[in-house]
Write a new protein. Structure first.
Length: 655
C-alpha cells in the first residue's frame, strides 16, 4: 500500500502533453522555485498554510487543499492601545484581556503613565522628567488577570527612557518597538502564569497591538496508525500483474481467520473511516522558593541592604558616617525605599541600632517608628526640646516594625535629623525572613480536551504512570499506586506524592473522508509494468467518462537546472538616541556619544536592498552575507562579561 501511495502522489508531476522531458522538468522546477525560492515564499506558500486555516496549493497552482498541522490562531486574548503625551510619556487608552478565555475582552489593570519601557514592565516618573520614578513589573494574579506590580529597578531588564528628558518625540518615533516591548512583557507574564495563553500571532495597527493564541487542549497533531509492513518486491509484482489474485487471497484469508471475523463483528469492523489521535494529561507541580534577595530589595534613596545570614538582611536607613551635617537647629531629611516582593515570607523586622547628633525621627510611609533620644518626637514639626544636646548618641532601640513591611510593595522610610554644630543621623535594622522551599498548588494540562468532548471519538488506550488502565476500548481494571516524584527548583528539591502524574491516551475518531484508491492503484500498476531504463508509459483515467489518456517519455537528466544557492541579503543600520536606563538613571551623560545604531539584516527584493527610513544606511549591499565571525565574537564577549559578575555570596564566579 505504501508503495502504491508513493507512486500515486509522486507521478502526477511527470504527466504533460509535451514530449520534451527536459522542458517539463524545467517547468516543474520553475514552479517549485517560485514557491520556495525565498524565505517569504517558503513562509507564505507552505509554512502559513500548514499552521493556519489557509489552503495549501499544488506546485502548478491548479488545485488547493487543507493541510493544517495546528489550530487556528485567531483567538484574541490581549489588546493594548497607547497614546503619546505632549511630555513624551505615554498613557494607556485601554488594556483588554480575555480573562476567562471565552472570547470576551475586559479592562484588567490600573493603567500607569509610562516614562520608560522595560522588557518585563515599565517605569513611571513625573511627566517629562526622570524624577520620582517607580518601576512596575508585568505579572498575573492567581485568577490569571494581568497586573502591574511595583518592583525594584534591579529586577527590571532591557529598560529605556521614552519621555522628553531623553530626547524629543521618542515615543512617536519608536511606537512599534514600544508596543512590541510592552505587549511582549505582558503576554510573557500571562503565559508564565497560565500555559493556556500561548501566543501564536500578533498584529499592530497604528498605536494598538493585539495578541492571538489558542488552547493547547484543542490543538493536537494527528497520529494515524497503520500497518508498517511493506510487501516484498516479488509479492508486489505478482499482485500488480494479476490484480484478481489480491482479491481472491484476501477473501480466502478473511473467511478462514477467526480473529478477522471477530474484528468484523466488533466496533473495529465498521466500514466508516477512522483516524487515531494521541494526547496527554499531565499534573504540573512547581516549586515556590525564594532567596532573601527575592523577598526584599533596595529600591533607591540614601541607604543600603546586605545579607547578614541565611535568613537575615540588614537594612541601612540614611547615610552612615560622622559629622557630615552642620548648622544651628538645622533640620535634615534622608529618604530610603525598599521593595518588599514577598511580604508573606517576612518573619520579623527590628530597628536595632541608631547613630545621631542631636535628634532623630524614623518614619515609614509617614508613620513614626521610633525617635531618639527620648522617643517623644511624634509630630511633623521640631523636636520637643533644646536643639543642642551635646551628645553623639549611639543607641539600640530594638523596636519592632514588622507590620510596616508586611504591607508589601514599595515601603518609603524617612529619617529626620535636627543638628546643631556638627552631626549625623542613620539607623540600621535586621529583617528575618522565611526562605524555606514550598510547593505551589498543582494544576493539570490536558491536551485530550477536544477528544473527550467529541462524541465521534472513543478512548482506545490509556496508560497512567506506566500502568495500562484502558486497552482495546475497555478498562483493564488496573489502578496505579500513588507515585512520588522529586520536584526540583533552582535551589531546592522536594518529594511530592500524588495519585497520578502522567496519563497517555489514544482515541479513535470517526473521519468524514471517504478515500477511493482504485484509480490510483490501477495507474501505478500500469506505470510499474511498462517502465524501463530508457523511459516510461503513463495512463490517466477521466473520472467522468472512464476513458484513458496515454502518454510516454524518456529519462534525460543530462542538462542541469540552474538554481540560486543562497538568498541575497543586505545589512543596514539606523541611528537612535542612547535612551537606555540603569539603576543610576539614564546613560546619555555616561557615554562618549549620545547616538547608537540599530542593525538590521534584510532579504533583498529583485537584488535591491529595501530601505524603510531616510536615516537608514546600507552597510553591506545585496550579497551572500556570512556574519559567523561577528556573531561568535559577540557571544564570547557576553560569556566573558558574565564571568566577571560577583555573586551575592561575595565570591567571584568561576570561569
Amino acid at each position: 500500500m505504501r508503495v502504491a501511495l508513493f507512486l500515486l502522489f509522486q507521478l502526477p508531476t511527470l504527466v504533460y502533453s509535451a514530449d520534451d522531458v527536459v522542458s517539463r522538468a524545467k517547468a516543474s522546477a520553475g514552479m517549485v522555485s517560485s514557491q520556495v525560492g525565498s524565505a517569504d515564499g517558503l513562509k507564505n506558500n507552505y509554512a502559513n498554510p500548514m499552521l493556519t486555516t489557509e489552503n495549501l496549493s499544488t506546485a502548478d497552482g491548479t488545485g488547493n487543499f487543507s493541510a493544517q498541522l495546528g489550530c487556528s490562531s485567531n483567538n484574541k486574548f490581549l489588546e493594548m492601545a497607547i497614546q503619546p503625551l505632549p511630555t513624551g510619556d505615554i498613557r494607556f487608552l485601554h488594556l483588554l484581556q480575555d480573562v476567562k478565555l471565552n472570547g470576551t475582552l475586559q479592562n484588567v489593570t490600573p493603567l500607569q503613565t509610562v516614562s520608560g519601557v522595560c522588557a518585563n514592565g515599565l517605569i513611571s516618573c513625573n511627566p517629562g522628567s526622570w524624577d520620582n520614578c517607580t518601576s512596575y513589573q508585568w505579572s498575573a494574579s492567581d485568577s490569571g488577570t494581568l497586573t502591574l506590580e511595583p518592583m525594584s529597578l534591579s529586577d527590571m531588564g532591557g529598560c529605556y527612557c521614552i519621555n522628553d528628558s531623553c530626547g524629543d518625540r521618542q515615543a512617536w518615533n519608536n511606537i512599534s518597538s514600544i508596543l512590541n516591548d510592552l505587549g511582549g512583557g505582558a503576554s510573557a507574564a500571562l503565559s508564565a502564569k497560565n500555559p493556556y495563553y500561548a501566543t501564536s500571532d500578533t498584529s499592530i495597527s497604528d498605536t494598538t497591538i493585539r495578541f492571538y493564541g489558542q488552547k493547547p487542549g484543542a490543538c493536537v497533531a494527528s497520529d494515524s496508525y497503520a500497518d508498517s509492513s511493506i510487501p516484498s518486491t516479488s509479492e508486489l509484482s505478482s499482485y500488480i500483474n494479476n490484480p484478481n489474485k489480491l482479491n481472491s487471497d484476501a477473501f480466502s484469508t478473511a473467511q478462514s481467520n477467526d480473529l478477522y471475523q471477530g474484528v468484523v463483528k466488533s466496533n473495529l469492523g465498521s466500514t466508516d473511516s477512522y483516524t487515531y489521535k494521541s494526547c496527554d494529561v499531565r499534573r504540573v507541580i512547581n516549586m515556590d522558593e525564594a532567596t532573601i534577595e527575592d523577598i526584599i530589595g533596595f529600591d533607591g534613596g540614601v541607604g543600603s541592604v546586605r545579607v547578614c545570614g541565611i535568613d537575615c538582611l540588614e537594612l541601612v536607613l540614611g547615610r552612615q558616617g560622622d559629622n557630615y551635617w552642620g548648622g544651628s537647629c538645622t533640620m535634615y531629611e534622608a529618604y530610603t525605599r525598599f521593595n518588599v516582593k514577598k511580604p508573606e515570607r517576612i518573619i520579623s523586622a527590628t530597628l536595632t541600632h541608631a547613630a545621631f547628633d542631636d535628634w532623630i525621627q524614623v518614619t515609614s510611609n509617614n508613620s513614626v517608628i521610633w525617635s531618639g533620644p527620648y522617643n517623644n518626637w511624634t509630630g511633623t514639626g521640631r523636636p520637643p526640646g533644646s536643639c543642642e544636646l551635646a551628645t553623639n548618641w549611639r543607641m539600640n532601640p530594638n523596636v519592632d516594625f514588622t507590620s510596616h513591611l508586611k504591607r508589601g510593595g514599595p515601603i518609603d522610610f524617612k529619617t529626620r535629623v535636627e543638628v546643631t554644630g556638627g552631626g549625623e543621623g542613620y539607623t540600621r535594622a535586621i529583617v528575618k525572613a522565611d526562605t524555606t522551599c514550598k510547593l505551589k498548588p498543582d494544576y493539570v494540562t490536558n491536551s485530550c480536551t477536544a477528544f473527550e468532548q467529541e462524541p465521534a471519538c472513543n478512548l482506545v488506550e490509556e496508560t497512567v504512570d506506566g500502568v495500562q488502565t484502558f486497552r482495546n476500548y475497555a478498562a483493564t481494571g488496573l489502578t496505579p499506586l500513588p507515585q512520588t516524584n522529586d520536584i526540583v527548583g533552582a535551589y531546592c528539591r522536594i518529594a511530592a506524592t500524588r495519585d497520578w502524574f502522567h496519563k497517555k491516551r489514544k482515541y479513535q475518531c470517526k473521519s468524514d473522508d471517504d478515500y477511493d484508491l482504485k484509480t490510483g492503484l490501477d495507474r501505478s500498476a500500469y506505470i510499474y509494468k511498462n517502465a524501463t531504463n530508457d523511459g516510461y508509459k503513463d495512463r490517466i483515467a477521466d473520472q467522468s467518462t472512464g476513458q484513458f489518456t496515454y502518454s510516454s517519455g524518456s529519462f534525460d537528466t543530462s542538462q542541469p537546472i540552474n538554481t540560486l544557492s543562497y538568498t541575497p541579503m543586505c545589512k543596514t543600520r539606523i541611528p537612535r538616541l542612547a535612551a537606555d536606563v540603569t539603576q543610576f538613571g539614564t546613560v546619555q551623560d555616561k557615554t562618549t556619544s549620545s547616538i547608537k545604531y540599530d542593525v538590521f539584516y534584510k532579504e533583498c527584493v529583485d537584488n535591491t536592498c529595501p530601505i524603510e527610513d531616510s536615516s537608514e544606511e546600507i552597510i553591506k549591499n545585496c550579497q551572500n552575507i556570512n556574519e559567523f565571525a561577528e556573531a561568535a565574537t559577540i557571544m564570547q564577549t557576553l560569556r566573558k562579561a558574565g564571568q566577571d559578575i560577583i555573586c551575592t555570596s561575595g565570591n567571584m564566579q568561576l570561569p
